[in-house]
Write a protein that binds this ligand. Structure first.
Ligand code: AMP
Ligand code: MG
Length: 491
C-alpha cells in the first residue's frame, strides 16, 4: 500500500498479524465524517522516514479511519486496579500496517477508529481532548529520553462522541515497534490456551528478545529482560515526576515503553502520595507507589509465563522468581543513578542516597514545585558565602534548606565539582518544561474552538524540554485555575 509518497505501509510476514484469528480480528475502521488534520509530529515522521510532503489526501483518509484497507485488533486480558478483569483487547485501536526504517519495524495503530470485537460496552472512539493529551505527552516523553510509544499525528472529525458531555471524535496515529502488553500473555495463560501461549512466546522471542533463546530457561530470561526494562522505565517516571494514572497490567508494555496515555500527570508541588487519576479512589497508582505496582504487575506476568518453563511443574516458579529479583536489584540502582545525575554528581559516593532522599523530603515538606526546584538547583552556587536566594525562596523553612544546602555544598566539594559545568549537566537532565495539566488544557480549549495552533506551539516547546522556553509561563507554576482541573479515565 503506497499511501505515503515513496514509502510502503506493509503487513510484514514477520509481524503479529501472522499469528492469526486466535490472537486478533481483521476488520476495517468505522469511517468518520469530515476528516481533517489537527496536528502532526515532524520528529515522529522523521523516525518513520516520511518525506516532507507525507500529508497527502490519501494519508488523511487512511489516518482518519476512512481508508479502504482493513486493519486488525488484538485480544488481551489483564488485571485492572489489582483485580482480574477478564478479556479486554484493542477496543478502540486498529493496527493498520508497518513501516520499516533504520533497521527497525514500526507498527502504526489508529486509536479511536471505531468498535472492534473487544470494545465491550465502549464506542470504540476517542475524543479530541484525550487525543491531544496522548499526542503531546508521547512526543514530550520521547524528547525527555523516556521510552514511549510515539504519536505521528491527530486527525479530527465532526463525529459526535458522548462522554460526560458531547465532544468530537479524533484519532491518534500511534507508532511503536510493538504494542504488546503483559496482558497478552495473561490472556492465553488464564484461559488455558497453552499452544497459543507458546506461539505468542515464540513470536516475542523472535521479534523482540532473540538473545533469550539461548538462556537455560528462555521464559525466565524474557521475564528478567522485561523486569530490567520496566525498572529503568519506573526510574525515568519517578525522576521526572510522571504519573501514569492507570498502571493496569493491560497498560504495561512488554517492551518497557510508556503506553496508553490517559489520566496521566506530572508532579506540580511535590507530594509522594499524589494521585493524578480522579477515578483512582484508593490511590493505588499514587506517585510513590508506581515502582511497587510495576513489581506487582511483573508477578502477574511471571504467573502467565509459568506454563512456559520446562521441567517439573512444582519447580517451575523458581527461575521466574529469581528473574523477578532482578527488578529488586535494578530499580534502586537505576533510581539512584537518575537522582545522582539530577543532583549533578559524577563520581558516586555512599552518602548520595541520603542526600537525595533528604532533598526529596524537603520538597515534600514544603510542597515545593518538583520541576522548578530541580531546575533551580542547577544554578546552585557552591561558594561558601552564596545565599542562593532564588532557590532558598522556594522553601518556607529557610533554615531547613540551609542545612541541606550545606551538605550539598560539601558533597560538591568532595568531587571538586565546577559550578558552570555542573549546571550544564543538570540542565540537560532536569527539564525546564513538562506537560503540566494546565498547559495541555490550554491547548485543548483552543482546539475545541477550532484553533489548533496552541497544540503545535506546545509540541515544539515540549520537544526541547531542556531549553528555557520563550514564554516563561510554559515553565512556571500552574495558575490558580489549574487546581480545579480533574482528569479521569474518561477519554
Ligand atoms: P484503558 O484503561 O483506557 O487502557 O482501557 C481499558 C480497556 O478498555 C481496553 O481494552 C480498551 O481498549 C477499552 N476501551 C477504553 N475505552 C474504550 C472505548 N471508548 N471504546 C471501546 N473500548 C474502550
Ligand atoms: Mg489500555
Amino acid at each position: 500500500m503506497h499511501v505515503f509518497p515513496g514509502l510502503a505501509l506493509s503487513r510484514s510476514a514477520l509481524g503479529y498479524s501472522r499469528l492469526g484469528p486466535d490472537f486478533l480480528t481483521e476488520l476495517a475502521p468505522e469511517p468518520a465524517p469530515e476528516p481533517h488534520w489537527v496536528a502532526h509530529s515532524e520528529a515522529c515522521a522523521a523516525l518513520l522516514g516520511l518525506g516532507a510532503s507525507w500529508q497527502t489526501p490519501e494519508a488523511l483518509a487512511l489516518l482518519s479511519g476512512n481508508g479502504p484497507e482493513p486493519g486488525w485488533a488484538s485480544v488481551y486480558s489483564g488485571h485492572q486496579f489489582g483485580v482480574w478483569a477478564g478479556q479486554l483487547g484493542d477496543g478502540r485501536a486498529l493496527h493498520i500496517g508497518e513501516i520499516e526504517q533504520g533497521g527497525q519495524r514500526y507498527e502504526l495503530q489508529l486509536k479511536g477508529a471505531g468498535r472492534t470485537p473487544y470494545s465491550r460496552m465502549g464506542d470504540g472512539r476517542a475524543v479530541l481532548r484525550s487525543s491531544i493529551r496522548e499526542f503531546l505527552c508521547s512526543e514530550a516523553m520521547a524528547a525527555l529520553g523516556i521510552p514511549t510509544t510515539r504519536a505521528l499525528c491527530i486527525t479530527g472529525s465532526s463525529l459526535r462522541v458522548r462522554r460526560e458531555e458531547i465532544e468530537t471524535g479524533a484519532i491518534v496515529t500511534r507508532v511503536a515497534p510493538s504494542f504488546l502488553r503483559f496482558g497478552h500473555f495473561e490472556h492465553f495463560a488464564h484461559h488455558g490456551l497453552l499452544p497459543q501461549l507458546q506461539q505468542l512466546f515464540e513470536h516475542v522471542l523472535d521479534q523482540h528478545a532473540p538473545e533469550c533463546r539461548d538462556a537455560a530457561v528462555p521464559a525466565a530470561a524474557l521475564l528478567e529482560k522485561v523486569s530490567r526494562q520496566t525498572a529503568g522505565l519506573m526510574a525515568d517516571w519517578q525522576a521526572v515526576g510522571f504519573m501514569h494514572g492507570v498502571m493496569n497490567t493491560d497498560n504495561m508494555s512488554l517492551l518497557g515503553l510508556t503506553l496508553d496515555y490517559g489520566p496521566f500527570g506530572f508532579m506540580d508541588g511535590f507530594d509522594p502520595g499524589h494521585v493524578c487519576n480522579h477515578s483512582d479512589h484508593q490511590g493505588r497508582y499514587a506517585y510513590a507507589r508506581q515502582p511497587n505496582v510495576a513489581f506487582w504487575s511483573l508477578h502477574a506476568l511471571a504467573q502467565a509465563l509459568l506454563p512456559l518453563v520446562p521441567g517439573e511443574p512444582e519447580r517451575a516458579s523458581e527461575p521466574l522468581l529469581a528473574a523477578l529479583e532482578s527488578y529488586r536489584e535494578s530499580f534502586p540502582t537505576e533510581m539512584l543513578g537518575r537522582l545522582r545525575a539530577k543532583l549533578g554528581l559524577v563520581a558516586p559516593l555512599p552518602q548520595d542516597k541520603e542526600l537525595a532522599d533528604d532533598w526529596l523530603k524537603l520538597l515534600a515538606a514544603h510542597h515545593t514545585d518538583y520541576t522548578i526546584a530541580w531546575r533551580r538547583l542547577g544554578g546552585f552556587d557552591s561558594g561558601a558565602e552564596a545565599s542562593n536566594a532564588e532557590l532558598r525562596d522556594l522553601f518556607v523553612d529557610r533554615e531547613a534548606f540551609d542545612a541541606w544546602a550545606q551538605r550539598y555544598r560539601e558533597r560538591l566539594l568532595a568531587e571538586a565539582s565546577i559550578d558552570a559545568e555542573r549546571r550544564q549537566r543538570m540542565n540537560a537532565t532536569n527539564p525546564a518544561v513538562v506537560l503540566r495539566n494546565h498547559l495541555a488544557e490550554g491547548a485543548i480549549r483552543r482546539a475545541r474552538a477550532g484553533d489548533f495552533s496552541e497544540v503545535e506551539r506546545l509540541l515544539k516547546v515540549l520537544q526541547q524540554p531542556y531549553d528555557e522556553p520563550v514564554l516563561a509561563s510554559d515553565a512556571s507554576l500552574p495558575p490558580d485555575w489549574a487546581a480545579h482541573l480533574e482528569v479521569s479515565c474518561s477519554s
